[in-house]
Design a protein around this ligand. Structure first.
Ligand SMILES: Cc1ncc(COP(=O)(O)O)c(C=O)c1O
Length: 408
């Protein structure tokens, strides 16, 4: 369903934080890739849980039963969001990084020294560090090169995947450059090698609809605080796969998926917020099933964000002294645009924008490897603008004017 500029104005009223005025200036929240603001429904769901149902699971009393039901409903809602065949494929944790480390601890137990893992130069450290750490256990980690245009080199992909590859770990959309990865080579090569395919969907999930079955992923990770929810990490695992993995767990813990991967008590209130965030997103879509509604909403919002992102991309590169990094908007792309300004350190630029109430991030955003590969690490990295469903062209115009002032 289309999501228009008027819809954006309506949506903005649902996010209390967007109304903040600091030192007489409205804040422009262009920092979404590091975590979005949350709508009222999420705030109500979190506080409502504490007000009414706060309890541990599996008790023989009302609040515990309500908590069981909430977790179940949240899993079902997330399964619809991911296109997963069932809620059994959805495990929760603290955040993506923690889940990925736990996964690496389980997967390494199935590997032998000399086995190989393929990572990429486009990835956030959260999808590199857990795998690079396995080098201490004799695992060989190989890295796919990034090209200067911000896309992965398909030829190098083919060189890095070998008969010994056990896992291909790749990002779906870059939180630094906005690149949407062409997954066809990764999938084909992983299948040929009999390797698992792990997708980091943290940035992608905030902007574009997911379909884990079509993606043919073995593992997919995302994080609800990037799509208008609280800080909760989400792991999808292919049906039947989690049961085969030697996950770390207490003997009191359920052996079946999805619980097999979850350690200790989850953050129930935050999970109430995750469900509310997805319900909120779905309310902008149409269709009969939850899946249809969320996909319809995501498609409309994606088109809107793409339009605003493309506008910023086209205008900012006209400003003398500005260089835009990452692919253009002619193909699939996340609406996250990073620039550098000649002679101005990114941190200085972000500070000056912050003084005007314009909130953008500078540096590497933990996507250190792409920033290094582009030769920008010593220069302070990038200045990143993220467009999400509540950002307007007017905010972008305000940003453009401020950048012109800094560059000029
Ligand atoms: C692409 C990408 N992957 C992974 C992460 C790490 O996610 P989390 O903060 O949930 O550990 C981030 C966070 O910024 C990200 O943008």
């Amino acid at each position: 369903m289309p999501f228009t500029a008027e819809d954006c104005e309506r949506a903005r009223r649902d996010f209390p934080a967007l109304g903040r005025i600091v030192e007489g200036q409205a804040l422009a929240f262009l920092d979404g890739p590091a975590g979005t603001q949350v709508p009222e429904g999420v705030i109500e769901a979190v506080s409502g849980y504490y007000r009414t149902s706060n309890a541990n699971t599996h008790g023989e009393f009302p609040t515990s039963r309500e908590s069981d039901r909430l977790l179940q409903e949240t899993r079902e809602t997330v399964a619809a969001f991911l296109g997963a065949p069932s809620w059994r494929q959805v495990s929760f944790g603290q955040n993506m990084t923690t889940l990925n480390y736990a996964l690496s601890h389980a997967l390494v137990k199935t590997m032998a020294p000399g086995d190989e893992i393929v990572v990429t130069q486009l990835d956030h450290e959260a999808n590199r560090g857990p795998w690079l750490a396995l080098q201490e256990r004799g695992i060989v980690v190989r890295e796919v090169a990034l090209r200067p245009d911000g896309t992965l080199d398909p030829g190098d992909f083919a060189r890095q995947v070998t008969a010994r590859t056990r896992l291909v770990a790749v990002v779906m959309a870059s939180n630094a450059l906005g690149t949407v990865t062409d997954l066809a080579p990764a999938r084909r090569l992983a299948r040929q090698a009999g390797a698992w395919l792990l997708l980091d969907a943290v940035h992608y999930a905030a902007h574009l609809p997911l379909d884990v079955q079509e993606l043919d992923a073995d593992f997919l990770l995302c994080s609800a605080y990037k799509f208008y929810g609280p800080h909760v990490g989400i792991l999808y695992t292919r049906p039947g796969l989690l049961e085969q993995l030697p996950t770390e767990r207490l003997r009191t813990q359920e052996e079946q998926a999805p619980w097999r991967f979850e350690m200790g008590t989850l953050n129930h209130a935050a999970l109430a917020g995750v469900k509310a965030a997805l319900d909120y997103l779905s309310s902008w879509g149409e269709g009969e099933t939850p899946r249809q509604r969320i996909v319809s909403a995501m498609n409309g919002i994606a088109a809107y964000e793409h339009g605003v992102g493309a506008y910023y991309y086209d205008e900012v590169r006209r400003i003398p002294g500005v260089t835009v990094w990452g692919p253009d908007f002619s193909g699939p792309r996340a609406p996250t645009v990073s620039i550098t300004i000649d002679g101005v350190h990114p941190n200085e630029a972000a500070r000056r924008l912050g003084e005007k109430g314009i909130q953008v991030w500078d540096g590497d955003f933990y996507a250190l490897r792409p920033v290094e590969a582009l030769g920008l690490a010593e220069r302070g990295g990038l200045i990143r603008t993220g467009i999400v469903m509540y950002n307007t062209r007017q905010e972008v115009d305000r940003l453009l004017e401020a950048i012109a002032g800094i560059a000029g």
